[in-house]
Design a protein around this ligand. Structure first.
Ligand code: PXP
Length: 237
């Protein structure tokens, strides 16, 4: 089974644009769960333009499905994560001010640093996932960090899917086999949508979780949140 974790950053962005608590982020998170989402993802960025640090406590105490916090492992971020203990923490290599995550970790270069952080988070009972491109040597180094899972950065897949879907999926299908050999759990995210999700899932059979934000919010404008979540769940069946 592949879990759908809804990234609610864009909901927070709309709320923040007017200053009041509307839409109510917590209510949207709980509604996502009611409509069938099996997880909620947040990405508190250093400038807090999306989900704010102050959102994390109320979300953690109310979300009943899997709670995933993703972000760059700065001192502040790690303190936040350790304070609230989500089910999973996804580490991304984003620089402060990044528009969105647009590449995975170079796990060879950052091996020692990541190893230390993975150990620290796991010591707090938090499952760790590393955002990564489907490159064999980086997956081997990811294994050496001790991480539980990796999250494939699927931006390039989504882009290339519209040009040649067989070529687009190939590196991910090969990397997924390697992850199985290395006993690394697989998550995936970025630019996944109603067009490209099913094909990805079909070629990465050991896919444990997808985290999707932007497309779910865009599709909800036309289909509504409940229908949209159910349409995504159908793609993952
Ligand atoms: N995974 C990571 C690490 C991300 O940074 C994001 C975007 O915040 C996503 C998944 C979800 O991407 P999208 O909003 O394109 O679905």
């Amino acid at each position: 089974m592949t879990k759908l974790s809804v990234n609610i950053n864009k909901i927070a962005l709309i709320r923040n644009s007017r200053g009041a608590n509307y839409p109510d982020l917590l209510k949207v998170a709980l509604d996502c769960e009611t409509f069938g989402a099996q997880g909620i993802t947040v990405h508190p960025r250093p400038d807090q333009r999306h989900v704010k640090y102050s959102d994390i406590g109320p979300l953690k105490s109310s979300v009943t499905t899997e709670f995933n916090i993703e972000g760059y492992p700065s001192k502040d971020f790690l303190e936040l994560v350790i304070q609230h203990k989500p089910d999973q923490c996804t580490l991304v290599p984003d620089l402060p001010g990044a528009l969105t995550s647009d590449n995975g970790w170079d796990t060879n270069t950052h091996l020692a640093h990541l190893k230390e952080i993975v150990k620290r988070l796991q010591g707090e009972g938090i499952r760790v996932s590393l955002f990564i491109d489907p490159i064999a040597e980086r997956l081997h180094a990811a294994k050496d960090t001790g991480t539980d899972r990796i999250e494939f950065y699927t931006g390039p897949y989504a882009h290339d899917y519209n040009i040649n879907m067989e070529e687009a999926i190939l590196p991910f299908a090969q990397a997924a086999k390697l992850c199985e050999d290395l006993d690394l759990g697989i998550n995936a995210g970025h630019d996944l949508n109603l067009d490209n999700l099913k094909y990805f899932k079909n070629h990465v059979p050991n896919l444990l979780e997808v985290s999707i934000g932007h497309a779910i919010v865009c599709d909800s404008i036309y289909y509504g949140l409940k229908n949209t979540i159910q349409m995504y769940l159908k793609q993952l069946q």
